[in-house]
Write a protein that binds this ligand. Structure first.
Ligand SMILES: [Zn+2]
Length: 135
């Protein structure tokens, strides 16, 4: 793992822990949530249980999983600031595509704030992901 990626992971782990969220780095290429394959997920804490953020890093370039981490950090921030779309989505799953589109944009900004460059290749990967949600 690249040094910068490692430092960012440690930093994210520390910051989200302050809000009752645990970071899990999954060494497999994909992780599972409710029978679905994904690159990561975020579940906000509730009154009874801790939150969790998972990112799958197996068989990926470090910039790829850092982008995926940035995506989950974006969700974490949406939850923290009580983002309107995030709150609406939690009552209405039909808003998933809209939420993910917004989240990918936020992820790009977070990714760049970490000192990485959003290359054409990564932007293409992001578009491809959104495309899979369109159906
Ligand atoms: Zn998402």
């Amino acid at each position: 793992m690249r040094k910068r990626a490692k430092l960012i992971l440690l930093d994210v782990r520390e910051k989200i822990a302050e809000h009752g969220v645990r970071l899990v780095v999954d060494r497999k290429p994909k992780c599972w949530i409710e029978y679905e394959h994904c690159d990561g997920y975020f579940k906000a804490p509730s009154k009874t249980r801790k939150g969790i953020m998972v990112v799958a890093i197996g068989k990926k370039r470090h910039v790829e999983y850092m982008w995926d981490l940035a995506h989950e950090v974006a969700h974490f921030r949406q939850w923290l600031r009580k983002d309107r779309l995030w709150s609406r989505y939690n009552r209405n799953e039909d808003l998933y595509y809209e939420l993910e589109k917004k989240t990918e944009k936020e992820a790009e900004r977070i990714f760049e704030s970490w000192g990485f460059r959003a290359s054409d290749r990564l932007k293409k990967r992001s578009k491809k992901y959104l495309k899979t949600l369109e159906e």
